[in-house]
Design a protein around this ligand. Structure first.
Ligand code: BV8
Ligand code: ZN
Length: 268
């Protein structure tokens, strides 16, 4: 039997007609992908992620920054979507008017079956020329090892250095993507925010817009965050455990998209 908060959240989900699932690095943590704040393990520890994720850092030392993103891309390529990603895909399959809005630059939502998540901050899998913006193909990331510089490839058209296809601090988010995310948040009746510290703007506005315009908000996070203030229900714990529990409590345990679902009722 689900615990009370999960039951309360499941009531909201079972009756929701227009759902936005807003995710941050925490949803990928149980796939072994470091969250943004701890994305600097190994030799990367000596850098501040926020300082590395900037146009200035790339201009000053393109090989260091490209090496960091190649290291992250190789980590993501070896990771697999976890039960939290699968539960989000199950929600999308059940609620026709639903949308994933993610701050993550990994592809785990797509690999879990989410149809077209909006990437507010770009993707590790869309490098482009830093001069003419031509999309650049990427090889399967070699393991650049910890902290090794890797010189970025050169653009086939203008020979400019290729950059990661992410939004850095100080860069504008892709306008059409942000507009679509705000539009969905404005019109939804339920927003589920999962695994984000809610500190980076303007992305952190999304759950606040939904709450301001009357949506109910469920938060899934082991820690307190500024989004506690707008959440109707706080599910305190890991998303790979709580999201499947939420989906099972809302629609019963036989959701084929959920791991351990099915007649045996395995997975509790
Ligand atoms: C911009 C891609 C202007 C790169 C990222 C007010 C308004 C507008 C801007 C600002 C503002 N105030 C300040 C700013 C500037 C800045 C900003 O917000 N700074 C912060 C630090 C205060 N914003 C910007 O620069 C943005 N651009 O404003 O441009 C502009 C306009 C016009 C023209 C020119 C310029 C751009 C911000 C985008 C930066 N790029 N990512 C990359 O990945 O390398 S941000 C990056 O950090 C993530 O994408 C994410 O958005 C953000 C925070 O990460 P989270 O996903 O929340 O992860 P985090 O590690 O922080 O937390 C993990 C959470 O998971 C924790 O809560 C933890 O408890 C939880 N967790 C852990 N395990 C689990 C779990 N949860 C569930 N289950 C688990 N198992
Ligand atoms: Zn170019």
């Amino acid at each position: 039997m689900a615990e009370p908060h999960v039951r309360e959240a499941a009531e909201l989900l079972a009756h929701a007609r227009r759902v936005v699932v807003f995710t941050g690095a925490g949803i990928s943590a149980e796939s072994g992908v470091p969250t943004f704040r701890d994305a600097l393990t190994g030799l990367w520890r000596r850098f501040d992620a926020q300082a590395l994720a900037t146009p200035e850092a790339f201009r000053d030392d393109p090989a260091l920054v490209w090496g960091w993103y190649e290291w992250r891309r190789s980590r993501v390529s070896r990771a697999v979507p976890n039960a939290g990603h699968l539960a989000v895909a199950a929600i999308e399959a059940r609620v026709p008017d639903s949308l994933v809005v993610t701050q993550n630059v990994d592809d785990l939502h797509e690999r879990a079956g989410s149809v077209a998540p909006l990437h507010l901050h770009g993707s590790l899998f869309a490098p482009r020329c830093s001069v003419c913006a031509r999309p650049a193909p990427y090889e399967v990331a070699q393991e650049p090892g910890d902290g090794r510089r890797v010189s970025p490839p050169r653009c086939a058209r203008c020979a400019g250095p290729v950059r990661p296809g992410v939004v850095w601090f100080g860069e504008a988010l892709p306008a059409a993507v942000l507009e679509a995310a705000i539009g969905a948040a404005s019109g939804c009746d339920l927003l589920i925010t999962v695994g984000t510290s809610g500190l980076v703007y303007p992305a952190a506005e999304i759950p606040q817009v939904a709450a301001r315009l009357g949506a109910r908000v469920i938060q899934v996070n082991p820690e307190r965050t500024p989004l506690d203030a707008v959440a109707d229900v706080n599910l305190r714990g890991p998303s790979a455990q709580l999201l499947p529990a939420l989906v099972r409590a809302a629609w019963g345990g036989d959701d084929p998209a959920l791991p351990g679902a099915g007649p045996s009722g395995a997975g509790g």
